[in-house]
Ligand binder design. Structure first.
Ligand SMILES: [Zn+2]
Length: 152
C-alpha cells in the first residue's frame, strides 16, 4: 500500500475479509492497514501470482462505527461500518483494532474554517486647537503655541 503525503501507518496485519462488501468475490485473505487517515484492505496474499487489489479504501471520515460482534463458538470479528458497506474481518485482536481505529478517527482534525483575520483599524484622532493669538494650529495637549509661545 502506498502512503500518501502526511500519512503514517498505525498498524497492519494479515486479515481475512469475510463479507460485507461488493462484489462478494473480493472476500478472502489480504492485509488490513490502518493509517492516520484511512482504513485499507488489500486482497491478495499469494506472492507474485496476482497483483494486490485494494478492496477497502475508506477515509476515517467514512468510518461510522467499529464493532467486535461476538459469535457463539466462534472467534470474534472486526466489523467496520462504512458509508458504503460493512466489511467484516477475521483478524487477530479485533478489540485492539477497534480501539486503534476509534482513536485514529478521533485524532483526525475536524475540517476547519479558514482562520478569521480580524482587521483592526486603529484610528488616532488628533485634535488640533487654534492659537487665539497667531491662529497657528497646535496639538490638543500642547501647553504653549508652537509658533508664538502663547499659553493655550
Ligand atoms: Zn500662537
Amino acid at each position: 500500500m502506498l502512503l500518501r503525503r502526511g500519512e503514517t501507518l498505525v498498524r497492519s496485519a494479515y486479515a481475512v475479509l469475510e463479507g460485507g462488501v461488493t462484489p462478494e468475490s473480493s472476500v478472502g485473505p489480504g492485509v488490513l492497514y490502518l493509517t492516520n487517515h484511512r482504513l485499507v484492505f488489500e486482497r491478495g496474499h499469494r506472492r507474485g501470482r496476482h497483483p494486490n487489489s485494494t478492496v477497502v479504501n475508506a477515509s476515517l471520515d467514512d468510518v461510522h462505527d467499529v464493532a467486535v460482534p461476538r459469535r457463539r463458538l466462534r472467534t470474534s470479528r472486526l466489523a467496520v461500518e462504512l458509508t458504503h458497506g460493512r466489511p467484516v474481518f477475521d483478524v487477530l485482536e479485533p478489540e485492539v483494532w477497534a480501539r486503534a481505529i476509534a482513536e485514529a478517527k478521533r485524532a483526525v482534525p475536524e475540517p476547519t474554517a479558514p482562520p478569521v483575520v480580524e482587521r483592526v483599524t486603529i484610528e488616532r484622532h488628533v485634535v488640533k486647537v487654534r492659537c487665539r493669538f497667531c491662529l497657528t494650529l497646535a496639538g490638543e495637549l500642547d501647553r504653549r503655541c508652537p509658533s508664538c509661545g502663547a499659553p493655550l
